[in-house]
Design a protein around this ligand. Sequence first.
Ligand code: SF4
Length: 290
Amino acid sequence: MHFVDAKGILTGGKGHFGMNVYRGCTHGCIYCDSRSRCYQFTHAFEDIEVKQNAPELLEKALKSKRQKAMIGTGSMSDPYMHCEEELGLTRKCLEIICRYGFGAAVQTKSDRILRDIDLLEEINRKAKCVVQITLTTWDDRLCRIIEPNVCNTKRRIEVLEEMRKKGIPTIVWMTPILPFINDTEENISAILNACVQAGVKGIICFDMGVTLREGDREYFYAALDMHFPGVKELYMRTYGNAYEVPSPRRKELMDLFISFCAKHGILWKPDQCFDYMSSFPEKYRQMSFL
Ligand code: SF4
């Protein structure tokens, strides 16, 4: 990893903000979009760029805000990857968010988030906190291949259950669903049943498929060659260089997903999930003097 002084830390601004303390990721998901060339990495994706001044930048930014809002993190790199254990920058930023009474929407695949569960609970008590966990495959052996450097699905479900015990709402990202790999009814049903058991608020699934583009595609195809002989050729024949790579079973799997969520009162429209995560409770919105 290497350290930089960033110029700013918050992005967005229409009522909610985004934040990435790290750039790059060591979780090694074979389908990761963040490694796509369009993001213009000038260093290896696994050579993490650490924004060492993130807490100072965040505190300065929050001090100057006239209204509180939700702050999301984890969209481009996992805030709980390996280096967070020693650096603790995500935790420091959450402490600042908590102190200033803002809300947090944290997305991860890692059980390292449990280290901060008391802090997340406090943010939720003072304002709002939503924890988002990605689940793509019920099969542990497959999970080890497609998401090699992070805890498996069963452990992530335990994380969801721990959040529920603390009253912290959760959203699941059930994406991507890889054609010819995890696009089965058994897999989707098992994940959905676990989501009900864990009491999740919503599930984000844009479609049953994956997106591939330059940079991401080459890495994915190399992993297919290594672990799934013949599947790369099947992708090339079926999809060419398309960005959107839908499962041939998308319709039946989406029907299953939508009807299941509707039956169990789980938010399933992406817009509903995003509205829920980005909306800050009105009664806490005005800044108070600290
Ligand atoms: S955890 Fe997210 S950012 Fe990290 S490699 Fe996996 S998909 Fe990419």
